[in-house]
Ligand binder design. Structure first.
Ligand code: ATP
Length: 259
């Protein structure tokens, strides 16, 4: 059975200054799938993620979440639907892992009140899924880059949303931690049915971990959306990155030579 459309973006236009960064963009995001945005620097991936997170609003066009227009959602209600894991984050000095993960509960419990039993259970669950139980009392500032990234993911999990957005979740991580984080994201999707939308720069990782890819053409406002198999080909890659890239088959998947 086809997964339903959880987000619909219809003919949106967005500009910071004079020129439109996104122009007449139409995309649908399928529920419980992993969708990855792929494309050259400056093509508008982060901009689109911020529009999806309601951090910014399109100048024109419509966006719907579960069939309801974005503008009809209040802030708190929206924060219970979509969480975001940013590329770079800062945390207060001395904060513990479990307290930081607890921030994910703010849309549910408010800023002032204490954690309820349900809040504490969700925090514990998020720590467990992210393999952080043994580190929960540790100071966040003392963790490695890979462990820190898992804490941000746990915080998004504690927010208990249907959808999680990831802005380049593997940046600054070595290949071991990159794979660890991508496997965790895959598990959130497969085991916990989260709808995932992420930005990646590594084409091979995007092919391997995504159900759907949105490939942005460079210097045009066109995108290609579909399965990795249907989107990743010589012609589309050249129009996205303005480079000829060699493609191979490996274990039934496309692999791109990036040297
Ligand atoms: N706050 C801003 N004010 C003005 N222009 C901006 C702002 N943020 C981004 N832009 C411009 O919008 C365009 C799209 O930027 P965006 O960050 O969305 O691209 P991206 O695809 O995420 O790039 P990257 O892969 O480098 O992160 C770029 O031309 C960028 O310079």
């Amino acid at each position: 059975m086809e997964n339903k459309d959880i987000i619909q973006i219809k003919n949106i236009r967005f500009k910071y200054d004079k020129e439109y960064v996104l122009d007449d963009l139409t995309i649908t995001i399928k529920e419980k799938k992993i969708t990855t945005f792929l494309g050259a620097n400056g093509c508008g991936k982060t901009t689109l993620l911020y529009l999806l997170n309601k951090h910014m609003t399109p100048n024109e066009g419509e966006m719907y979440l579960n069939g309801q227009g974005y503008s009809e959602y209040g802030r708190k209600e929206f924060a219970k639907k979509i969480a975001i894991v940013h590329q770079q984050n800062t945390a207060p000095d001395d904060i513990s892992v479990e307290d930081l993960v607890g921030y994910g509960r703010i849309p549910h419990r408010g800023l002032q009140s204490n954690n309820s039993k349900e809040d504490l259970e969700k925090i514990e669950w998020a720590l467990q899924v992210s393999d952080l139980l043994s580190l929960k009392k540790r100071r966040f500032s003392e963790l490695s880059g890979g462990q820190k990234q898992r804490v941000w993911i746990a915080m998004a999990l504690a927010q208990d949303t249907e959808i999680i957005l990831f802005d380049e979740p593997t940046t600054y991580l070595d290949i071991h931690y990159q794979i660890e984080v991508l496997k965790l994201i895959k598990e959130l999707n497969k085991t916990y049915q989260k709808t995932i939308i992420m930005i990646l720069h590594d084409i091979n990782q995007a092919v391997h971990y995504s159900d759907e890819i949105v490939l942005f053409e460079k210097d045009s406002n066109k995108i290609h959306q579909g399965t990795p198999e249907s989107v990743i080909n010589d012609v589309n890659l050249e129009s996205a990155f303005q480079k000829k890239l060699a493609l191979f088959e490996h274990e039934g998947r496309k692999v791109v030579l990036t040297v």
